[in-house]
Design a protein around this ligand. Structure first.
Ligand code: 13P
Length: 246
């Protein structure tokens, strides 16, 4: 069966002082019953990996090229060199802030997989798209366009993050989450056959200690990609415990 995954995305938050939160998290979960992942800013990856214990460390983006004249970018080899084993790709904030397209996300994911990183590929609709009845169409297009042919259950995680639920405190209904996760599962099986049943599908968007358990009870929710509530061990720990209990 699919091993569950509690992942945290620190976004553009965190300096050395915040590593104490990671040490506390590692101490609180020495033998976690689920996979744990934290994705800090690139500047913290190496130092976080030193104190993360059972928590895997990942990047938040990578370039599709192996090296070269790409000022400000980071390659998969650099991520691995710093201690990362995973990389988030196609987060809606990158799609919005940096105009990333499905094709670009896919190229980055291809580079990540080829270099042995696990890709956490993010997809999700805007509020306008949801209200326009386009959710499954948008999610299906992003999933197909952003996921490489080389994706497997072992090297790729899909994160469904409705854009309107990110950082807003708004969460879809459990039925809405179930509908989209079930749709993603069916699309994965259509494309990848039986292996499609093994991909972890995370839910992301305003996951908190107070709503984690009910979200984790939804079928085909294999964990969460958590933003704000992953910054403090006191918030992330109960989410991890809810996932372990699910
Ligand atoms: P929040 O949990 O802060 O809503 O962020 C979700 C997210 O974007 C994780 O990638």
């Amino acid at each position: 069966m699919r091993r569950k995954l509690a992942a945290g995305n620190w976004k553009m938050n965190g300096t050395a002082a915040d590593l104490a939160e990671v040490a506390a998290l590692a101490a609180a979960h020495p033998a976690p019953g689920v996979d744990l992942l934290l994705c800090p800013p690139a500047t913290l990856i190496h130092r976080m990996a030193q104190v993360a214990g059972p928590v895997a460390v990942g990047g938040q983006d990578c370039h599709a090229a192996a090296k070269g004249a790409h000022t400000g970018d980071i390659s998969t080899a650099m991520l691995r060199d710093a201690g990362a084993t995973h990389v988030i790709l196609g987060h809606s904030e990158r799609r919005t802030d940096h105009g990333e397209t499905d094709a670009q996300v896919r190229a980055k994911a291809e580079a990540a997989l080829a270099d042995g990183l696990v890709a956490v590929i993010c997809i999700g609709e805007t509020l306008e798209e949801r209200e326009g009845g386009q959710t499954l169409g948008v999610v299906g297009t992003q999933l197909a366009g952003s996921t490489p042919d080389a994706a497997t259950a072992a090297n790729t995680v899909i994160a469904y993050e409705p854009v309107w639920a990110i950082g807003t405190g708004k969460v879809p209904t459990l039925d809405q989450i179930a509908e989209v996760h079930g749709f993603i599962r069916a699309e994965l099986v259509k494309r990848f056959g039986e292996d499609g049943n093994g991909f972890r599908i995370l839910y992301g968007g305003s996951v908190k200690p107070s709503n984690a358990a009910e979200i984790f009870a939804v079928s085909d929710v294999d964990g969460a990609l958590v933003g704000g509530a992953s910054l403090k061990a006191a918030d992330f720990s109960p989410i991890i415990e809810a996932l372990e209990a699910s």
